[in-house]
Design a protein around this ligand. Sequence first.
Ligand SMILES: Cc1cc2nc3c(=O)[nH]c(=O)nc-3n(C[C@H](O)[C@H](O)[C@H](O)COP(=O)(O)OP(=O)(O)OC[C@H]3O[C@@H](n4cnc5c(N)ncnc54)[C@H](O)[C@@H]3O)c2cc1C
Length: 408
Amino acid sequence: MNTPASSEVLVVGGGPAGSVTAALLAARGHSVTLLDRARFPRDKACSEFMSPAATEVLQRLGLLPELEREPSARPVALRISSHDGHSLVGRFSAAPVKPWQSAGLALRRDRLDARLLAAAANAGARVCEGWTVDSVIHVRAAAGGVMAHDRHGAHREFRASITVGADGLRSRVARCLGGVRRGRPRRVAFVAHLAGVTDLQPGQAEMHVFDRGYAGLNPIGDGLVNAALVVPAGQAKLSRGHADQFLLDTLRQLPALESRLRCARIVRPTLVTGPFAQRARRTIGHGIALVGDAAEFHDPFTGDGIHMAVRGAELLAPVVSAALARRDVSARALVPYVQARRSAFAAKRIVERVLALGIAHPRLFAACIRGIARRPGLAHTVVGVSAGFVPVTALFHPGLFLLPHPAS
Ligand SMILES: Cc1cc2nc3c(=O)[nH]c(=O)nc-3n(C[C@H](O)[C@H](O)[C@H](O)COP(=O)(O)OP(=O)(O)OC[C@H]3O[C@@H](n4cnc5c(N)ncnc54)[C@H](O)[C@@H]3O)c2cc1C
């Protein structure tokens, strides 16, 4: 393989976080090498929903127009239902802070990720598929690149001034940097593409919370629906060897979905992932930084992980570029990235904690859904906050909690 022994930046992982980081740094004139163990296009366990917050970043990067040419769907609203049959509908365009576009984008990850990786290559990054990173190498107490192997068992060193870990939930780079903190609850996800789902509302993605977890239905175009099921890890053990059946049977047990999924069939085998509540202990070190799920994984309920991955890349790239220009890639030079992440994502963590509480207490969740559904303004705000384009502070506006006048 004709790969240079060393580059300024080495990115591990070619998902949204890694591809966008590589594209932005290559576009700034840096020499960038990106390694991914997979060959693209590859599937990814994901509900494949992007809110307008995510598409706004892709638009800024100039990538949205070609993504929109792919077969896809345009969600304009999210319906959240509780186990007792109540639901709220939040429309993006009715939120108190207007999104830049009224619709998000629901696009298969094999297509999205292949396009983003191609964008990195087009910007000048050297993309090496089929290389699995085993460890980070150190040069004088700083990260100096990685050791990796290919499918034929060939091992080699890739050296760089800065190593970026964008290798997802089970990040090898995060483990080498300082380890990960595993959180609770321990949950596992099952994700498939279904045909034959009935009674879909145009432009509406759905989340259904039930006593053991939650399920999402997200139309992705071509008549297909992405179905995701998240259950406690202990229960997921029952699925061993028959994930497809487990997914369909569990979804059909939900009263709201039973008749709608009667004729549904799985057209892409179920992908299983988890447990996933975890966060890296450190996001930067000397000559090294983490981005995307490698830095912290967020509960899939909010469907905002892709946004945080590409936004994280946008925050990281200028800091890395400036550090390289100053020839100082120490942890101290990367601190502005940590600060930028904190201010961009702190609210997300609050939303997530509140959601986790609700999901763990289905009766409390159902009571909240009932209360919010009676206040449509609040429903739009809640969905906007969870989708990442409305600030959490919007939830404290007292007017939101007034019930509509009976005559109105
Ligand atoms: C069930 C579920 C549903 C979700 N639904 C949504 C949703 O609807 N919307 C949304 O925005 N987010 C969703 N997410 C979250 C979203 O999938 C992630 O946040 C997003 O993929 C993060 O992107 P990333 O680039 O950080 O990591 P990834 O997309 O995971 O990419 C990591 C890349 O690193 C590569 N890699 C891993 N290890 C190595 C190694 N050792 N060497 C080389 N390469 C390696 C992998 O092959 C992969 O290509 C969901 C997640 C789950 C689990």
